[in-house]
Each structure stands twice: as C-alpha cells, then as structure tokens.
Design a binder for this molecule. Sequence first.
Ligand code: PLP
Length: 405
Amino acid sequence: MLTPNKQYQELKDTYLFNTIYRKTDEYRQSHPDKKIYLMGVGDVSRPLCEAVIQALHQAVEDQATMQNFQGYMPERGAAELREAISAYYRRYHVAISPNEIFISSGACDDLGDILELFAKDNTVLVLEPAYPEYVDTNILAGRKVVHLNSGEENGFLPAPPADITADIIYICSPNNPTGAAFDREKLQAWVDYANAQGAVILFDAAYEVFISDPSVPHSIYEIEGADTCAIEICSLSKMAGFTGTRLGYTVVPEALIRMEMNLNTMWARNRETRTNGVSYILQKGAAAVFTPEGYAQTRQDIQVYQKNARMLMDAFDQAGIWYTGGKNSPYIWIKCPDGMGGWEFFDYLLQKIQVVGIPGEGFGACGKGYFRFSAFGDPADTEAAAGLLCKLLGKAEMAEGASQK
Ligand code: PLP
C-alpha cells in the first residue's frame, strides 16, 4: 500500500489565520453596523499599473496572430525579461548576467522548489520571526530545522551564532513580519559566516522596493562574497501588485558551487524537468514593470503604501509604543502594550476600535507578545485606523483599557 509523506503530520495547522478570520467574522455578524479595519493583510490593494495592463493586452493580441504567436518559453524565462531584470540590478551597482536569472511563478513557488537542489540531511537555520513557508517546506522534506530567535535586544536582526553550524540559511530583508532590514555591515557578517562553512543563504528579497534607507542593501549581491554563497528570491507581487497575476524571479549565481556541482547549472536542469515556465503573456506584462513608464507608475503605488506606513508609525510614536519596521517595509511590528499576549491584544483591538492585525506568534515562538500591522490597505482606512490606534494606545487611554482587562 502507498505510504503518504508522514511529514505532513509534523506541520502546525493553519490555526492562526483561521482563527483571525473566524473571530473577525463573528464580530462582523454580531455588529453589522460597525466598520472593521483589516490592517493585517499582506496582500496589495492597488490595481496593476497602466504600462503592465497595456503590455498584457498586447501579448494577448500576439497570441491571436500567426506572426506573433508564442508557444513554449525558454526554461530560464524570456530573454527580454531577464535582460530587463539584469539592467534593474545595475541600478544598485550589481552585475548579474541574464544567465543567472530564472523567471518563476512567484517567490512562494521557488522558495519551495529550490530545496530540490539540496540533500535531505542538510541542516536549516531560520532567522525568526519568519515567513512560515521557510519552516514548513523543510519539515515536509524531513530536514532538521534550527530556529534562531531574535528580539528587541538586537532590533530583530540577529547576528550569526558562533555556536551553530548550518547548511541552508534563510534571511528575509526587509523582513516579513518584523519589517526590520539588515544594513550592509550586518549582512556582510552573514555572508562571511555562510562562506566560512560552505552554507548557502536563501535570501528573500520580496520587499526590496520598500527600502528607503541608503545603508540597507536592495540585493544580497551588493555584499562582497555573496555570489559564492547566496541565492536571491524575488517577486513582483509587492513590487508591482502581481499577487494575483503571479511572477517572480530567482538569481542563482554561476559562481555558486558546492562539492564541484554548479548550482546554476543544476537549477537550469531542474527547471527543464519540473516546469514549462511562466506564460508568454505574463512575462510580457512583467517586462513592462522594468520600462521607465512601468517603473515610474509602480513607484507611485509603493509611495501610497509608504505613506500608509508613515501614518501608522506616527500613531505608534505618539502613543509611545515600541515598534520596528515601517521605514523600509510595508510591515510595522509593535510590542503589545501592558504585557498583553498577541491574542489578548487582537481581541482588545477588535472589540474596542475594530482594527484587525496579526498576533506575532504566527511567525515563530519569539513573536509572542508582538503584533504585525500592514500598510497595504486603503489610505483612508489606514488613516482612520491610525487615528483610532493612537487614541486608544495613548497612555491615558491604555490605563483605562488595562483596567478592563
Ligand atoms: N516571501 C515573503 C517574505 C512574503 O511575505 C511573500 C508573500 O507574502 C512571499 C515570499 C511570496 O511571494 P509571491 O507572491 O511572489 O509568491
């Protein structure tokens, strides 16, 4: 009889997000007159920009003509798109050849698939709090996962541990959920650590476009030595509103070699075997993101989200709440006031001001007592929610709230 992958039994259930939906829904049913502010969602709210829409329409037309019809795409992705991404990297003074770029259906897909490059007995180091996929995909594969906790003491930016060795290291910067971002010096320490032990860093750059601080690198390849130890996984989801459209890209340097095996060649072979690629239409739409018009238009949307983040940060500043993120990220990670746990704070906000966020424990044990807000919402709603949060969490109001706990 077939034996299923028993590792599925090792996964934590999706209790956190289901509970958020259930509690919010229950409140909505019992208070139909109240407006609920969904400030936890990590999905974008703005539509695709005009340049992308035009390119998508044009690509659909191409598929209708004998002359321009396109069948299977190259396994690494369309040359035009990979050239455009290579040019995008030059903006940050990083030389990545189109041959090192692989077009994907999004970061989520490649974060899972890329693990096929590594043996099952490798040890994985996950810097937590973290995007849950890093742990789950490795549990499914049966790998040993070591959790590296971070906290307020290091600004949720942990340094490489002297007493731990690992083969695969996950770094997400700017981070989901904390919004904290490694500067060059701190990232250099991780690159040196990985090179010293022959490890590979999986660098998740999904939120790179939100960086505003010049000391924060947009790509790990801005760091010396990264091309011999890092794979970078990127997405157009947050950069250009592609969460529902689906397109990303992964960089595997040609210099990345372990035990005389070239990971770039291996990944090309993997793609040939495992996928027939991303559709021509989507790759055309994605190429428009990297044109001057597409870049300018997507920047306008990012600025809307950045303004939302500013409103939330101002509210927490005024209320005297500790937080990180927001500056280089659409996420703001706050410390729950008065020692509340994440769920206690969730209920408190829902009941008092109908603002919904995400309890930090959903992103690893060290997220307990913290809470994630997202700046991806509608600006008017964000402004209203920020005002309510500021008023409620300001000292006098909190004292009143705390007495009702
Ligand atoms: N990586 C991080 C850190 C994310 O937060 C997300 C989505 O929220 C992803 C990857 C997945 O991105 P994609 O939509 O490209 O699959």
